[in-house]
Write a protein that binds this ligand. Structure first.
Ligand SMILES: [Zn+2]
Length: 413
């Protein structure tokens, strides 16, 4: 539709033909398209710096030989640089909200970068209290104390930043940790975020460690429900799907990551037809290697056409997964251009790549982040024409170059 959109206090207050009042600030985007900001409920900002350093590996190798040693080699400045690089890509590509899993330490730097840029973020330190070869784990007590201290500092329900408890995945987490996390997160009104059933070896390892399938084990420890976001959910039994539907647990589908790590094909149409809530995200830069919501939308649709036939996951449904469904998963009023929703907005230039088709089809199949002209979060313009307004692009690049040298030397990679 053509028309105006009024914003007061970061919220959309009118849509359609809205007469301007004296004192209103007018933003003229005639000839452009306005869409809700994309929401990505599964990102690892701390890994953005590792883009290109872990290609062509399957999940467990990818984690053990590259990602965990690199995460262990991070310092607080390299985490900040990595988060800044990732947020730059998200905001300039039209993503206005994310759910992030950091690493076991230095998570303050992720919140610091998000706070400066003005993106809407849920984030938690990755909790790992089982041994691993990279020596990245901690005791259960340290994992809980670190998370609780971060939640005390950064969980701000009235603002743009919130804490989300993030046990990494079942093979890294004791039962004691998972049950404590579920209890603590709910006491504080925080989301829960983990990975589940991404890879066949991981699924076999979970069975060996716990005697149960992944989703059943997580449910037994309290990690199921509308406040739980599970990334991936590719290899599921029928009873695990029933449990996800029954408990209204949220699934974050990450199609590029799943293909690059050769993890498998998520049965998205089957999950949706069972009433399971599915949204869309890019995962981390080293397993994608982009953080581009457009790339995830396009691939999500194409993969299901290959699996099940043309149009098995049509463009309007994919666009919803990348916007309103993401906002539902995170529990905020967003992802829709309607009165009462947050003014998280993206201005697209349809002339960058012309298509005569339906706008939803153009956004999903044709456009990419080069079509994004402006990004607004909570009624404030935060990015324009490839630049995050709070930062200097050259400074972000310089911070990353300096940090990467330190981290690679420490990791020996
Ligand atoms: Zn992930």
């Amino acid at each position: 539709m053509r028309g105006d959109l009024a914003v007061v206090g970061g919220m959309i207050t009118a849509v359609g033909d809205v007469p301007a009042e004296p004192g209103d600030v007018l933003v003229d985007v005639r000839g452009r398209w306005l869409v809700p900001g994309f929401v990505q409920p599964h990102i690892h900002l701390v890994q953005t710096l590792f883009r290109g350093l872990a290609d062509d590996l399957a999940l467990m190798d990818w984690l053990q030989s590259r990602i965990w040693p690199l995460e262990r080699a991070h310092d607080i400045d390299s985490v900040y640089a990595s988060a800044r690089l990732g947020i730059h890509e998200l905001l300039t590509g039209g993503t206005t909200a994310l759910l992030d899993m950091a690493t076991v330490s230095h998570t303050d730097a992720v919140f610091q970068a998000a706070d400066e840029a003005g993106i809407r973020m849920w984030c938690g330190s990755a909790m790992m209290d089982r041994d691993n070869l990279a020596g990245l784990g901690t005791t259960t007590d340290v994992a809980m104390r670190t998370a609780n201290d971060l939640a005390d500092r950064w969980h701000r329900p009235e603002g743009l930043l919130r804490y989300a408890y993030a046990p990494r995945f079942v093979p890294s987490c004791s039962d004691e940790l998972l049950t404590a996390v579920a209890k603590e997160a709910r006491a504080r009104g925080c989301l829960l975020h983990t990975h589940a059933s991404e890879n066949r070896d991981e699924v076999a390892l979970v069975r060996q460690l716990t005697g149960r399938d992944n989703i059943h084990h997580l449910h037994e420890q309290g990690l199921s429900g509308a406040d739980v976001v599970l990334a991936h959910c590719i290899h599921l039994s029928q009873s695990e799907m029933e449990l996800l539907a029954l408990t209204r647990t949220r699934v974050a589908h990450c199609p590029s990551s799943n293909q690059k790590l050769a993890s498998g094909l998520c049965s998205v149409p089957e999950l949706l037809s069972r009433g399971i809530h599915v949204s869309l995200a890019a995962d981390g830069a080293p397993c994608n290697n982009r953080l581009d919501a457009f790339a995830e939308m396009r691939l999500a649709a194409l993969l299901q056409s290959t699996r099940l036939g043309a149009g098995a996951l049509p463009a309007p449904i994919v666009l919803r997964m990348a916007t309103a469904s993401g906002a539902e998963a995170l529990g905020f009023p967003g992802g829709v251009l309607a009165v009462g929703k947050v003014a998280d907005l993206v201005v697209l230039d349809p002339d960058t790549i012309w298509s005569g088709g339906d706008p939803a089809s153009t956004v999903v199949y044709t456009m990419d982040s080069r079509s994004v002209r402006q990004t607004w979060v909570h009624g404030r313009k935060v990015a324009e024409d490839g630049k995050v307004l709070a930062w200097d692009n050259a400074e972000t690049a310089a911070l990353c170059h300096a940090s990467l040298g330190r981290v690679r030397a420490r990791a020996g990679l």
